[in-house]
Design a protein. Structure first.
Length: 351
């Protein structure tokens, strides 16, 4: 009697201890397949590890590299066009300084919202650079060289047409993952970027097929407004993802109470990877937060950012190990990555 109970307890403890590190081993057959099949590769700004971010070339490459979703960061031009660009500034990925030297604001920066689409078309897009010390230096030295070949700014509609066109010509169903950038800034400029984005999603049929779109935003109020006001008014249904940063403003959202509030209007969260494996982690001693478990308990998917082969956290030696930790051990549902190819290969190679 005593020995049976002791053995049973030992087995329970052993299984409990195994769950975190080898949880795929306790799944068998169908469950194992479903665990891996449901995970998604989100091409962060396209295949931005290989080509200048947010160019149509980078998006086509991401598509060919088997991304499941392709990301668009969205800002607005002076003539109300929705543009695909990471910042509402032009300074760090274009030659705006050379083409329009007298169009900076008092802070020395060039704002997308001060230019028409026709003017934006005159700019050459390049790999991201830093010019704070004067000369331009690439943010990622090993990536595509600065000011080579020919890339330009494009609209959200043009990028959707690229992806939908490829969906038709390949027979695949790659989704879009647009991010509304700086809604408060745009409001200050007299522009309702969220309404403009939703009108485009509606025009291209994304309010109906929920499998092919996630709409994301960092602003803690905007997705709530979209859920409560804009989507019902347009009779649209679009899955929403709250982005979460490491800044203090996000702390409340990470609590159990905060997560419950989020779950009332979003379908998932997109946290910084540092909110899941916390700073101070070293190989063999990871400080893993309860965020993923908490989100899953509330039925939310978890898509952390940003997975880069050329910018690994200190606690891993290589990219596959990073994916092992997040996708396998911790069990996130997808990742934002600059390298869709090696991420898709990792998922496809799971036993
Ligand atoms: Ca983004």
């Amino acid at each position: 009697m005593i020995s049976i109970r002791t053995t049973g307890l030992f087995v329970v403890l052993m299984l409990a201890g195994c769950v975190v590190t080898v949880n795929d081993r306790v799944l068998v057959g169908k469950d194992h397949v479903e665990k891996w099949q449901s995970k998604i590769v989100i091409a962060h700004r396209g295949a931005s590890g290989y080509l200048p971010e947010h160019t149509l070339a980078a998006k086509a490459m991401a598509y060919a590299q088997d991304a499941h979703f392709i990301e668009q960061d969205l800002v607005m031009s002076s003539d109300d066009q929705v543009i695909v660009l990471h910042d509402h500034h032009l300074d760090t990925v274009t030659n705006v300084r050379e083409v329009f030297p007298d169009r900076a604001r008092d802070d020395g920066r060039y704002f997308v919202v001060d230019f028409t689409l026709a003017e934006l078309r005159q700019l050459a897009v390049t790999e991201r650079f830093d010019s704070s010390m004067g000369a331009k230096t690439a943010v990622f030295e090993q990536r595509f060289p600065l000011h080579k070949s020919s890339f330009q700014i494009n609209t959200f509609a043009e990028e959707i047409e690229l992806i939908q066109g490829l969906n038709q010509s390949t027979g695949r169903a790659v989704g879009i993952y647009p991010e509304i950038k700086s809604p408060a800034f745009h409001r200050g400029e007299g522009k309702d970027i969220s309404s403009a984005v939703l009108r485009i999603l509606e025009a291209y049929g994304y309010g109906e097929n929920q499998d092919e779109v996630y709409l994301q935003c960092f602003d803690l109020n905007e997705l709530q407004r979209i859920h409560k006001e804009l989507l019902p008014a347009m009779n649209l249904s679009v899955p929403l993802v709250q982005l979460l940063g490491t800044e203090p403003e996000y702390r409340a959202a990470l609590s159990p109470e905060g997560m419950q509030v989020l779950a009332s209007f979003v379908d998932g969260i997109g946290p910084s990877m540092q909110l899941i494996v916390e700073p101070g982690s070293v190989a063999g001693d990871l400080k893993v937060s309860n965020l993923v478990q908490l989100a899953h308990d509330h039925g939310l998917v978890v898509h952390p950012y940003t997975f880069r082969r050329d910018q690994l956290p200190d606690y891993v030696e290589n990219y596959d190990k990073l994916l092992d930790i997040f996708l396998d051990d911790i069990g996130v549902d997808g990742v934002f990555t600059d390298f869709p190819d090696i991420t898709a290969e990792y998922l496809e190679s799971r036993p």
